[in-house]
Design a protein around this ligand. Sequence first.
Ligand code: AMP
Ligand code: ZN
Length: 492
Amino acid sequence: MERELVVYNSLSGKKEPFVPLLQDHVGMYVCGPTVYSNVHLGNCRTFISFDLIFRYLQHIGYKVRYVRNITDAGHLENDADEGEDRIAKKARLESIEPMEVVQRYTVDFRETMAKFNALPPSIEPTATGHIVEQIELIKQILEQGYAYEVNGSVYFDVLRFNKDIPYGKLSGRNIEELIHNSRALDGQSDKRNPQDFALWKKAEPQHIMRWPSPWSDGFPGWHLECTAMSTKYLGTQFDIHGGGMDLKFPHHECEIAQAESVYKKSPVNYWLHANMLTLNGKKMAKSTGNNILPNEMFSGKNEIFHKSFSPMVARFFMLQAHYRSIVDLSETALVASEKGFYRLVEGIQKIEQLEISESTSEFDLKSWQNKCYAAMNDDFNSPVLIAHLFDAVKFINAVDNGLQTVNSTDRDQLLKLMHGFFNDVLGLLTPEMNEKRQESSQLEGSLQLLMELRDKARANKDFETSDLIRDGLQKIKIQINDTAAGTTFKIN
Ligand code: AMP
Ligand code: ZN
């Protein structure tokens, strides 16, 4: 039952049984953020959608290698390969080093995702850390004859590629249509055809992010990093590639072309796309200003809502919609989700205190459990799962009010299952769990600091201090170990 997963594949345009390449292992690549500004709630929705997918795959027993990149170079202001690199532009405007921009917004992204209780990916590679791999990939594409160099820049030749391998499979756009809809080149461009896209761009003298290459001092095109990094960490063919719906074209289409031009096979078996979060009916976007930042929502300091909403309420709100539906952010909808979230939390909290009865329960737990899995197995249908959780809450309240009965086995099983779906699968935390999580991360942080102080004391041969830390911690049952890499701790 748990493994009868069916997913909607954007490539075929239909739902397909999910069969990984390697029986129990799943390779999943999700396009990460471009770190030139804070992530907005729209971006968060996409990453929360894939967190749900990551969690569910693990929940049903797969070992998942989840790779989510950080775009810290190469994403130009517009998709026609014109304009400045977004990060370099921000660095120029603020007179700081591009890597300071990258650091600031990468940290913001990680902190935000942690607030939403999203699990960190298994590997989080950066574009700037994989320039060598990207240059190698360009060389291979050139060798295959699907790219050309002009004035130190290298472009992918879409028409040439399309002669051998069809271009446009994912987005359903055929080449004639593309030619018809493309803006003519303005004479300034080095491209042969407007459909072509940059693999390498020669840097203008004022461009600060640049690397040496066989063609020029320059920087890679945005689409290239994902092909280079997904291949490096997941192989030339892997199970799942995801991202927001708006990345389908041109980004993912270009990824397919790059990979197929070299490896001659379809790089990804299942293309999954999460739909957009809108605000006032319009797509939330960094560039248009139609957006709200997570912290503005959590603090209530924004012009859009009259009150604040917690990260868990926002997460619950997003999961109440299927990941492939558009969701509009509104105060009315958030208030309704907040009520629902707390009704669910209260239901879960009541389970342990329910009075048990010897008679059989008036709730078919097994069939309820099957319905919950059936929902998630149907292309990760979290809204239907949540509706089933509310059915269980109705039953819990009925038992609490003496209207129905539950036996002890069912009560324990219900508690376990509710926690499984609520925490593990949906990634939700009750306020108590959130508090505990915060406390434990504070404890961990404090201990880490003590380890650093002890390493420093030992390096200075101040053994009195280092022993004081070790003995003091031992007294409160925290074991410490000296390793070549420094001191580590274990809470007994
Ligand atoms: P970016 O940092 O702009 O490259 O976007 C990071 C991720 O957020 C991509 O997967 C986008 O598709 C996704 N995204 C951007 N805007 C929205 C939105 N309004 N709703 C949902 N996802 C979005
Ligand atoms: Zn990507």
